[in-house]
Ligand binder design. Structure first.
Ligand code: HEM
Length: 265
């Protein structure tokens, strides 16, 4: 019997037709590597979406006091980040000559305008409202990023979790302005040391969070090197000085307190 069109299939469940129709090179005739350039960015955006999805649930689990739930989710986030870092290798097979053959067609479009990347930074605690100044009102995803700017970060969720387990987290930390970047706090650091020493399960959680922090930093390093080898000292299409701008974003932790205690053991 011939298959009916309304039957659920791999293709219609996953909207494969739609998915494969959204790679539209702007070069004419199409430059071979522009397809790779588009697909890799689209793949990153899908993984950003998945990470945000996971981090939202991690927040719920933290607030429910479900340590193993959080642990399970953050392990997945760590693995996705490793994949994101690994994907840089693929784009590094594109030479500067090849990129320059279609770069002009990007106009002012740039990863700088990735709203989900900003959402990710905000969710993890790197709140920099000024990055939104470069995104015109009405730009797709801007409202979602703005919403996240005003929401608690994963670190805020951790603080609530620790407080509910009896930790002495200061009120000014629990009631901080969530629009601000998470700042290091000595009283919190004391608690993190205490729990690291006395609770192996929490020590493991902190290590996992540090893996995620380091994963994001690793991505930034790989991205800046990718940019350096592909455009050298040219300015970015997003209008920044390019490599010097990206270098300034390196080594910035998302969980500063977890780094600040490393010498205390
Ligand atoms: C040939 C490949 C690439 C080049 C030459 C490149 C270049 C740049 C440059 C120059 C910037 C600084 C902003 C600007 O002035 O445009 C930037 C930022 C950015 N790019 Fe890329 N990029 C490449 C690939 C990617 C990929 C695959 C992603 C994955 C999503 C990505 C995501 C980002 C993000 C999120 C930023 C903002 C970083 C921040 O502000 O901290 N880029 N890129």
């Amino acid at each position: 019997m011939a298959p009916t069109t309304d039957k659920l299939t791999y293709a219609n469940y996953l909207h494969i037709d739609q998915l494969l129709s959204i790679q539209e090179p702007r070069s004419n005739p199409p430059e071979h590597d522009e397809t790779l350039f588009i697909i890799i960015h689209q793949a990153y955006e899908l993984w950003f979406k998945q990470i945000l999805h996971e981090l939202d649930l991690a927040g719920v689990k933290f607030r429910e006091g479900d340590l193993w739930g959080v642990y399970h989710i953050l392990k997945r986030v760590r693995m996705i980040l490793k994949t994101l870092v690994g994907q840089v290798d693929i784009l590094e097979t594109m030479t500067p000559e090849s990129f320059v053959s279609f770069r002009d067609r990007l106009d002012t479009a740039s990863g700088f305008q990735s709203m989900q990347f900003r959402e990710l930074e905000f969710r993890l605690g790197l709140k920099r409202e000024e990055v939104l100044k470069y995104m015109p009102e009405g730009m797709a995803g801007r409202d979602a990023a703005l919403k996240r700017l005003n929401e608690p970060t994963l670190t805020d969720d951790l603080h609530v979790f620790l407080k509910n387990r009896g930790a002495d987290i200061p009120d000014e930390v629990l009631n901080r302005d969530v629009k601000e970047k998470v700042a290091p706090n000595e009283a919190v650091q004391d608690q993190l040391v205490e729990y690291s020493v006395n609770s192996p399960e929490l020590a493991n959680l902190f290590e996992l969070m540090l893996d995620i922090d380091e994963g994001l930093q690793e991505w930034r390093y790989r991205h800046v090197q990718l940019v350096r080898r592909t455009i050298g000292n040219k300015h970015g299409t997003g209008g920044s000085p390019g490599v010097p701008y990206l270098e300034r974003t390196l080594f910035e932790p998302v969980f500063p307190d977890l780094w600040a205690i490393r010498h205390r053991f």
